[in-house]
Design a protein around this ligand. Structure first.
Ligand SMILES: [Zn+2]
Length: 455
């Protein structure tokens, strides 16, 4: 296993997880599992306890050991749940959000972003694909994400075009492209390599064609992933047809935005041709059902996309539009919504949901193998352990169903990211939860009153 031998003659590992269980290969039950970690990698996983000297042994008491969950589209800076974003349609919501966040201080943005990242970790998420929505304070957001201990792709909602009633962008296209390049230089590889910078034009409604082209060139030049919003709102999607004579997906395809390293968030208003382009290009679609319902984006045709072979993942989006960062709640809603919307009880079966929860590690460059997610030797030690059994999680023959329909963040017992234990026995280890919450409360207390009305 490559560990250093000590006097006992046994190989040494940094961490050994004992008394765990994990999915059988066919996902229809649970097998015992022991997991050994050296540095940031899993060096052993198997049913037999390895004969090693462990620097640290963690007894998960029957907990279900899973590869870490992946939230493929987030805005952790939106963790201030002020309630002012309720009952708004996307366009009003966006104006309110941009106005509110332009008044925040660095401390407020940092406290909110840290809270969002910690909430993600606490819910078993080990990787987030984040886009900062805090105006020019994107470095503050990236710093909070790096400090949280999570693995992430980071970027900011870069734009150069006025959308609806939003303020006129202050920067020219070239200046925005320079900002993206500078951001990448500052953040790519930060946090001992946990943080990678993505190229993140916010979305076609707020971006010129020149910015999108420039972003594609920049991503190729820097070998960076792309992340954008796509076809989220009915009106904006229709506007793209007016503006370009073709659909939003078609424009992104023509400009080279779509591709195997691109994440397109939402994709609600897509037709068969669009779905074909998303599948053919290998674009990952981040499905965010809570946001899609709360701010009345609509219902994404996820089952059609799945059947067409589109790569799919789940995202919590930002708390201002979804209510929080618990990815397991998104899994439950995604399944229910797909079945209800199609009136087909077989839509988005549990194994598809499991793939959407944890299967995009390779897309984000964190795994060297694709397919149904599972534990394997050599994988990054990004792991979530669901405490088991619980009152609502008792059937080990159908644990996947339990996970999809019954589990929440409150059931996550242990979280390991890059070999670091960040949640133990249901509590954060590197941050005092009460202190983190108090910091946010203090930051909120000095917050100028947020309002949906023009001030
Ligand atoms: Zn978003």
């Amino acid at each position: 296993m490559g560990e250093v031998a000590v006097d006992s003659g046994k190989p040494v590992v940094d961490l050994l997880i004992i008394n765990g269980q994990t999915f059988t290969a066919s996902l229809d039950g649970l097998d015992p599992v022991y997991v050994a970690v050296v540095g940031d990698r899993v060096t052993y996983c198997g049913q037999a306890r390895p004969d090693v000297h462990a620097r640290r042994t963690v007894d998960v008491r029957g907990g279900v050991v899973l590869p870490g969950l992946i939230s493929a589209h987030t805005h952790v800076a939106q963790a201030f749940g002020t309630g002012i974003f309720d009952d708004l349609h996307l366009t009003q919501w966006l104006v309110t959000l941009r106005r509110s966040y332009s008044t925040l201080t660095d401390e407020q943005v940092y406290a909110a972003s840290l809270l969002g990242a910690l909430e993600s970790i606490r819910s078993g998420v080990t990787f987030i694909n984040d886009m900062a929505t805090a105006g020019q304070r994107y470095d503050v957001v990236a710093q909070a994400i790096a400090d949280s201990g999570i693995r992430a792709h980071v970027g900011s909602a870069f734009l150069d075009r006025q959308e609806g009633d939003s303020p006129v962008p202050a920067s020219s296209t070239d200046a925005v492209l320079d900002e993206m390049r500078d951001f990448h230089e500052r953040w790519d590889g930060a946090g001992s390599g946990r943080i990678r910078a993505a190229i993140t034009p916010v979305g076609l409604p707020s971006c010129s064609e020149a910015l999108m082209r420039g972003a594609v060139e920049l991503a190729a030049d820097l070998d960076a992933p792309l992340h954008t919003h796509c076809s989220e709102e009915k009106e904006a999607t229709a506007e793209a047809v007016e503006r370009f004579g073709e659909s939003e997906v078609s424009v992104l395809d023509r400009l080279g935005v779509l591709g195997p390293r691109t994440t397109a968030a939402h994709c609600v208003w897509v037709d068969d041709t669009d779905i074909g382009a998303l599948a053919r290009s290998g674009t990952l679609v981040a499905h965010c059902p809570s946001t899609n319902l709360k701010i009345t984006d609509g219902i994404a045709p996820v089952e059609l996309m799945r059947q067409a072979g589109v790569k799919l993942a789940l995202g919590t989006d930002g708390a201002a539009s979804s209510g929080g960062y618990d990815l397991l709640q998104e899994a439950r809603l995604a399944s229910m919504l797909a079945k209800g919307a199609t009136m087909d009880s077989r839509a988005l079966p549990n194994d598809a949901i499991w793939g959407m929860l944890a299967g995009s590690a390779q897309h984000f460059g964190n795994a060297d193998r694709d397919g149904s997610p599972g534990l394997y030797e050599g994988m990054l030690a990004d792991i979530a352990v669901i405490a088991y059994p619980r009152l609502h999680l008792v059937d080990e023959r159908r644990f996947l169903s339990n996970l999809v329909f019954s589990a929440t963040a409150a059931d996550v017992g242990w979280v390991l990211i890059g070999g670091q234990m960040l949640v133990e026995d249901g509590c954060l280890t590197q941050y005092d939860e009460i202190e983190a919450m108090e910091r946010v409360r203090r930051a909120m207390a000095s917050l100028a009153p947020l309002t949906t009305k023009e001030t």
